[in-house]
Design a protein around this ligand. Structure first.
Ligand SMILES: [Zn+2]
Length: 162
């Protein structure tokens, strides 16, 4: 799925939640959380799945919630805007500390998106105008602050190799 054209700046965060790289809860290696698109009218959240190719850990949210429900009667909350996957709340794999803040992305596509956005902000400063809406506009200020942009771009590039 490659949709990084002129729609880039209208991409909602949900676009990146279908494949999320996380820290495996079992071996602390790189695992994948797969979920249905949250842009579907009724996404089946309980079908979200953690898959770890290093240790073979493989569980759906349904499995986990069933076990949890026996101990405590609570449903599941989706979390956005934090360096955890929305479903299992596992720490995302792609994160790095940046001047006391956390730079993070759900996956490589998201990382590219952030780099494109921060890069666009750089170009904007040089006279180009961009209509920045959706998650682009919701990036934390420190990420798009002029004096940070080049360092952020470097950090994002470094994260890509993680
Ligand atoms: Zn594992």
């Amino acid at each position: 799925m490659k949709t990084r054209t002129k729609h880039t700046y209208r991409t909602p965060i949900y676009h990146f939640t279908k494949n999320i790289l996380v820290v495996c809860p079992n071996c602390e290696g790189k695992a994948l959380v797969r979920a249905e698109s949250l842009t579907e009218p009724k996404p089946e959240i309980s079908k979200a799945k953690i898959i770890c190719t290093s240790c073979g850990y493989n569980k759906t949210l349904e499995n986990i919630l069933k076990r949890k429900a026996e101990k405590q009667k609570s449903g599941n909350v989706l979390i956005f805007g934090a360096p955890v996957d929305p479903f299992f709340h596992l720490p995302v794999w792609l994160q790095a500390e940046f001047s006391g803040e956390v730079l993070w992305a759900y996956n490589l596509e998201h990382l590219d998106f952030l780099a494109a956005h921060v890069g666009a902000k750089l170009r904007e400063r040089n006279g180009f105008q961009f209509n920045v809406k959706s998650i682009g506009a919701r990036l934390p200020r420190w990420m798009t602050a002029a004096h940070n942009r080049e360092a952020i771009l470097k950090a994002l590039t470094k994260l890509k190799e993680k």
